[in-house]
Design a protein around this ligand. Structure first.
Ligand code: GDP
Ligand code: MG
Length: 439
């Protein structure tokens, strides 16, 4: 029984591919996950289509089920869609770097202004904040208080001066002080309106900013695409900051940003404290959006265990029916590693119902087989037929490994059985039909 266990684990790997049929179900789950994460429907549609096309024909990593492999492919695509790597802030070559923050009311612009100042201060830059929300006196006070908290000067000119004028004066002040980075906080509205956009355009013209960052609340959901589009068309953004990621939202808004504007998310806010600002990591975000982090880490671990070259090498061997005891040993050890891995992370594909006792049993039988293979000569390992043809050789292996001749015979029979089954599996793959089983 143990042998069969190992056998089936072996057969379930390496020779399967993703097909139109076996991705239907998991693709449905992925589609649902994206919609639940508030990714907008058109984005989901385009995405699912593109990934499906790309996934068909992809070979499965040994030991990984189709749905799990698909999640990995989807995640990789999401990462790409969000810019792949961390996008750094851009700094001006000369003079102060100017960062203009824009966004709707309540998304966290004022908080981000001060957080960003602290973030840059930690990188050794000197900063100055400009209070540009003239519609609520409380907004200016808020920035002044936060500025004190992070120990960064705040330029204010009251509520009677127009924001563009404040921007001009603030920038002059910053140049005088030789400040490295100027961050301008602006007023938001509950919804996009012309007055806000006109004001931002005017401020932008005056500041000629290095970065125009749109601050987006992670809870924004489906409207994110329209929001980002408007801001980008009206004022032109260089990137975005996603706030309130400490909340429940799965953050599907993150997908829209790059998709509709071509501009990356650069930073994320994940809390109300001034320290809670971090670079945006597309891979972490993809995991969050899919909500399948455990599957992802599993597939990644499986990838580590089964290196691709190994798989290709094996595939060639199977094709030419050269699968020998060396490959068997390699496989045995890989499967054993997967077994112990399954205990660590509590899951292994296709072995959902395997109990710890069964795993121990399987590992024990793997040990026995290992012992016998180690007792073979290099030649015997490469040419199992030598053992099949010679009772004397089998007897020697049995004696050297402390096993019975019957056990050795079983093992030898098994490798030929495997060759047949693997060839059959390859046949299924190539012809797309199930071959007649002749064993
Ligand atoms: P503004 O209107 O865009 O300037 O938004 P504010 O900076 O005044 O922030 C609005 C509210 O959101 C405040 O209560 C902030 O404390 C809160 N806030 C901002 N960023 C975050 C964040 O990353 N996480 C959480 N939990 N709250 C945040
Ligand atoms: Mg504000």
């Amino acid at each position: 029984a143990e042998v069969t266990n190992h056998d089936s684990a072996l057969l379930s790997c390496s020779s399967e591919v993703l097909t139109k049929e076996n991705i239907v179900e998991p693709m449905r789950d992925i589609r649902r996950a994206l919609l639940e994460a508030d990714v907008s429907l058109p984005v989901v549609r385009r995405f699912v289509q593109a990934v499906s096309d790309q996934a068909v024909g992809v070979g499965l990593i040994r030991g990984v089920k189709p749905d799990q492999q698909l999640v990995k492919i989807v995640s990789d695509e999401l990462v790409k869609l969000m810019g792949g790597e961390v996008s750094e802030l851009v700094f001006a070559k000369s003079g102060p770097t100017v960062i203009l923050l824009a966004g709707l009311q309540g998304v966290g612009k004022t908080t981000v202004s001060a957080k960003l100042a602290l973030y840059l201060k930690k990188q050794g830059k000197t900063c100055m904040l400009i209070a540009g929300d003239v519609y609520r006196p409380a907004a200016i006070d808020q920035l002044v208080i936060l500025g004190k908290q992070v120990d960064v000067p705040v330029y204010t000119a009251g509520t009677e001066v127009k924001p563009a004028q404040i921007a001009r004066q603030g920038l002059e002040e910053a140049k005088k002080k030789n400040v490295d980075v100027v961050i301008m906080d602006t007023a938001g509205r509950l919804q996009i309106d012309k007055a806000m956009m006109d004001e931002l355009k005017e401020v932008k013209r005056v500041l000629n900013p290095t970065e125009v960052l749109l601050v987006v609340d992670a809870m924004t959901g489906q409207e994110a695409a329209a929001l980002v589009t408007s801001f980008n068309m009206e004022i032109g953004i260089t990137g975005a900051i996603l706030t309130k990621l400490d909340g429940d939202s799965r953050g599907g808004a993150a997908l829209s940003v790059k998709e509709v504007s071509g501009k990356p998310i650069k930073l994320v806010g994940r809390g109300e404290r001034m320290e809670d600002l971090e670079p945006f990591y597309p891979d972490r975000m993809a995991g969050r959006i899919l909500g399948m982090g455990d599957v992802l880490s599993f597939v990644e671990k499986a990838q580590e265990v089964m290196r691709q070259e190994d798989a290709e090498d094996l595939q060639k061997k199977i094709m030419s029916a050269k699968f020998d005891f060396n490959d068997f040993l390699k496989q045995t050890r890989a499967v054993a590693r997967m077994g112990s891995m399954s205990r660590v992370i509590g899951m292994i594909p296709g072995m959902g119902k395997v109990t710890p006792a069964q795993i121990r049993e399987a590992e024990k039988s793997l040990k026995i087989m290992e012992g016998m293979i180690e007792a073979m000569t290099p030649e015997e390992r490469e040419k199992p037929e030598l053992l099949a043809q010679s009772p004397d050789r089998r007897k020697r292996v049995a004696q050297d490994s402390g096993k019975t001749e019957q056990q050795v015979s079983q093992l030898v029979a098994q490798i030929f059985q495997m060759r047949v089954r693997m060839k059959n599996l390859m046949g299924v793959m190539e012809s797309g039909s199930v071959p007649a089983l002749n064993n």
